[in-house]
Design a binder for this molecule. Structure first.
Ligand code: AMP
Length: 397
């Protein structure tokens, strides 16, 4: 693997793709800076070698033109504080100002370019646009695992302009090492814990996991489509009716492959989608009309905990319930505790798969108690599905 460790950045201007797509509140304060902190080792290595850094990222979902609310200027102050230096800023990621500011950088300095997605050419993977970005630096580093599954100008196409000087940053290397460990070298028993809202988002992942795991735990909103498919009553719980046949098919496939599937035994139901709703426990498939399942129940927690604690490899993607509401976060919290216990007491390797599971682990302050929390949601899923990530291929080829 071509990592920055193998290179001396002295007097180089490194064009570094980072994922600074951090959540901001209404006053543009960063509410979770994990992605920025995760990129610091790479930036500091380049600076310590005596190089300079040109950072490029996207933020939010602008519609192909500049939008003040998605300006990366909002994060400039925090980035400067984190790096303990004054980061320079170019109001446009290409054009004369960016060219001049990049040309004037001296070793030890950092320049942040404005949001790449202010140009539709970024997501289109436009080669001319990628060439303009490439002209700003003389070495390319990709440290943006969160966008590695996209063949965008800054994540993949730009690498073509650096045939012999393109590298993975430390974050990318660490993410790939941990994903590979779980995907190809998992110590058994290997348990995957799937949750979240929709079965449809996770079908490919579940199918590819069936060839690898010993146990598959299914909770969260998607478990109700399985319950209904098996003939249960699910009230107004989340349902993807058109996916019911597929749920039954997945259960059959699992059986044929000797994978043990664990579905919820009971569920916490609510009379409305509200933290203060009336709630009660019922068995799976016995949800009265007008009630909805928002969390896993105590019997399920005991069952899932038992399986998790016996595992040596754990992959967790998706919460067990609506963990954003405190009254329906117990199941997700209990599963997080079980993953922590397996990691600490059973020496299990636990990979938390980005997105909402990462948000849940962060909410419970357990990030340091599991083996690794991925910064990539979609990227990790696609890697686990066996797809080649364009951002990775671009560096490797
Ligand atoms: P995903 O992005 O597919 O991992 O889904 C995460 C979202 O699923 C979170 O926002 C949860 O609140 C939501 N979720 C989990 N369980 C349920 C449920 N039983 N009913 C409704 N939403 C749920």
């Amino acid at each position: 693997m071509n990592t920055i460790d193998q290179f001396d950045f002295k007097d180089k201007k490194a064009l570094v793709r980072v994922d600074f797509n951090v959540p901001l509140d209404k006053d543009f304060n960063i509410t979770d800076d994990k992605r920025m902190r995760a990129a610091l080792p790479t930036i500091n290595k380049i600076l310590n070698d005596g190089g300079s850094v040109i950072l490029m990222s996207h933020l939010g979902r602008p519609k192909g033109g500049p939008e003040a609310k998605y300006s990366l200027k909002h994060i400039l102050g925090d980035l400067s504080r984190m790096l303990d230096l004054e980061v320079k800023f170019a109001e446009d990621c290409i054009g004369q100002e960016a060219i001049d500011k990049a040309a004037n950088l001296v070793p030890g300095q950092v320049l942040l370019l404005e949001n790449l997605r202010f140009y539709k050419e970024e997501e289109e993977g436009n080669k001319e646009f990628a060439g303009k970005l490439a002209s700003l630096g003389n070495v390319y580093v990709n440290d943006a695992f969160g966008t590695a599954h996209r063949a965008h100008a800054s994540t993949a196409i730009v690498a073509e302009f650096f045939p012999t000087s393109k590298f993975f940053g430390y974050l990318m290397a660490e993410e790939l090492k941990n994903a590979e460990k779980v995907n190809h070298h998992a110590v058994k028993p290997f348990t995957a814990i799937m949750g979240g809202a929709k079965v449809s988002d996770k079908i490919l992942l579940i199918e590819s996991l069936l060839d690898k795991v010993d146990h598959l735990i299914i909770g969260g909103g998607m478990a109700y489509t399985f319950a209904k498919a098996q003939g249960g009553e699910i009230g107004t719980s989340l349902l993807e009716e058109d996916r019911m046949p597929l749920c039954l098919e997945l259960l059959e496939k699992a059986k044929a492959k000797g994978v043990q599937i664990h579905l919820p035994l009971d569920t916490v139901i609510a009379d409305k989608f509200d933290n203060n709703a009336a709630k009660q426990n019922v068995d799976t498939g016995k949800i009265p009309q007008d009630w909805m399942g928002l969390d896993i129940g105590p019997k399920t927690i005991a069952l899932f905990t038992d399986v998790i604690k016996q595992s040596k490899t754990l992959l967790w993607n998706g919460p067990m319930g609506v963990f954003e509401m405190d009254n329906f976060a117990h199941g997700t919290r209990a599963i997080a505790d079980a993953v922590v216990a397996a990691t600490r007491e059973n020496d299990a390797f636990s990979l938390i798969g980005g997105g909402d599971s990462a948000a849940a682990i962060a909410k419970f302050n357990l990030e340091d108690q599991v083996s690794y929390v991925s910064t990539g949601g979609g990227a990790l899923l696609e890697y686990m599905e066996g797809k080649e990530l364009p951002g990775v291929k671009a560096i490797n080829s």
